[in-house]
Write a protein that binds this ligand. Structure first.
Ligand code: MF3
Ligand code: CO
Ligand code: CO
Length: 254
């Protein structure tokens, strides 16, 4: 196994897959309101991906995952399984979308605030979003994975939050998860040197409290051990000679 450098044909297909994944988040945004269940959100996304985008929701049956999207609420860090529980005012929820189109994957996630959310929870989401972009801004041929992780960790720690260590970003392409692993902490200048044509995700999970996690009995849902809030944002990114191209930008980010 090694890192796959994408050629122009593959990059063109990754642009399409990335755009579709971003479009799902834009589509679902107005539905993320008090009283809707995460199963209903799952079904709306599933139908949109299959019927409108003629694509495949990659999480469904991936290593046994039972649903088409991941929904992680409040102290859930990631890989939350949609269910019949209703969203309530004050919840923060990450929706993680991975679309498979024409043989290639696009992977992106964001936080949504439901109803009236406490300022400290909004702040956690904002800082996590800032951390993602500080990490992304490091990316160019010749930079290292440690540069990305360091920028993310520095911003989280400055705000007295912690970075989840057990999950990381990843290479992505024909496979959902490819090499390399993209850690969200580290030392500047260390680790793999990036090269043009690599495509990776950056997807920091930032906790309001301690970094430790536990996995629930469903085998998927991971939560903070101290039950503090957790937030995550994710983009799929092409490394270029002079910088990067975010393949999963949403309409309001373009
Ligand atoms: N989308 C997640 C990621 O960013 C992976 C979800 S795996 C699943 O890598 F099986 F839970 F869908
Ligand atoms: Co990912
Ligand atoms: Co994802």
């Amino acid at each position: 196994m090694s890192i796959i450098i994408k050629d122009e044909t593959e990059i063109a297909k990754m642009r399409i897959a990335g755009r579709l994944a971003a479009d799902v988040l834009d589509m679902i945004a107005p539905h993320v309101v008090v009283g809707i269940t995460t199963n209903e959100l799952n079904d709306i996304c599933h139908d949109f991906i299959v019927d409108v985008q003629s694509a495949i929701p990659a999480p469904l049956n991936y290593r046994g995952f039972p649903k088409s999207i991941c929904t992680s609420i409040n102290h859930q860090i990631c890989h939350g399984i949609p269910c019949d529980k209703k969203l309530k005012s004050g919840d923060i929820i990450n929706i993680d979308i991975t679309v498979l189109k024409d043989g290639f994957h696009g992977d992106t996630s964001m936080m949504f605030c439901v109803g009236k959310v406490a300022p400290y929870a909004q702040r956690l989401c904002e800082v996590t979003h800032e951390s993602l972009f500080l990490g992304i801004e490091q990316i160019k041929a010749g930079a290292t994975l440690g540069d990305i992780g360091h920028a993310i960790e520095k911003h989280a720690v400055k705000n007295r939050y912690s970075v989840v260590q057990e999950f990381c970003g990843h290479g992505i392409g024909r496979s959902f998860h490819e090499e390399p692993q993209v850690l969200h902490y580290g030392k500047a200048g260390e680790g793999l040197v990036l090269d043009a044509g690599m495509i990776i995700t950056v997807e920091p999970m930032i906790n309001h409290g301690k970094p430790q996690l536990k996995t629930l009995g469903d085998g998927w849902t991971t939560v903070t051990k101290d039950h503090s809030l957790s937030a995550q944002y994710e983009h799929t990114i092409l490394v270029t000679q002079n910088g990067y191209e975010i393949l999963t930008l949403r309409a309001n980010e373009r």
